[in-house]
Design a protein around this ligand. Sequence first.
Ligand SMILES: Cc1ncc(COP(=O)(O)O)c(C=O)c1O
Length: 268
Amino acid sequence: MFEKLGPQAPDGILRLMQMFRDDTRTQKIDLGVGVYRDASGQTPVMRAVREAARRIWEVEETKVYTAMTGDQTFLAEMQQLILGNVELSLMGAAVATPGGTGALRQAFELVRRTSSTVTVWLSAPTWPNHPAMLDGMGMAHREYRYFNAETGGLDIEGMLADLEQVARGDVVLLHGCCHNPTGANLTPAQWMQVARVLEQRGAVALIDLAYQGFGDGMEEDALATRRLVAHLPEVLIAASCSKNFGVYRERTGILIATGASVMWCRPI
Ligand SMILES: Cc1ncc(COP(=O)(O)O)c(C=O)c1O
């Protein structure tokens, strides 16, 4: 069986990381994987994370399975962090995932389950793993304009015009804050314009929230997500804890689905 599998194309970022390691120059700057490093070049365990791990180690009395969806306290606290001080009864259905990547994968799986003809709309450009995952899963995707290379900023007119082409039930993937790779972000007023177009088109927003707290602050960076959740009947949120907790190797993330119709399936 395995001989039928050809070699994979080398991953560009991993290749860049290897080139960085092999480079003997002392003045080099690592522009590979975006992980936090302190002045000594280390990716430290944050004090709060170390303390939390210590407390868990002290009080944890069992290693029995959690619920299928993951630790319920984690799910509730993460929803508070992302959605704000929402009533427990208003929270969506949520599942713990292996990082933000796992959350995106789960989101795509969920979408594919609801329709085989759905198209997922991605910003041009976007994080390369978005199209890579969709290609791997055989799911259709299209691009909406996002970045204007001439101005070095957002192409809001192009974005809104392209989102007008979205079909009912299509999924529009949006970076909730700190757009990767452009760093060009929408203003609160522009987010409302996008929300209105998605509402008119009957589209589902899938928000990739990988950098909450890295832009303008924890609350500020969640604002667009909260606005979309308040405005749209159905929203999916794929959030990562890798960057803002500095727990890259723990593969910690969450997928949240909000909307009236998710109430019946929560919590498992
Ligand atoms: C835009 C974006 N989404 C999702 C992820 C995935 O996060 P994780 O490392 O938690 O899988 C990243 C990580 O770089 C990212 O940049």
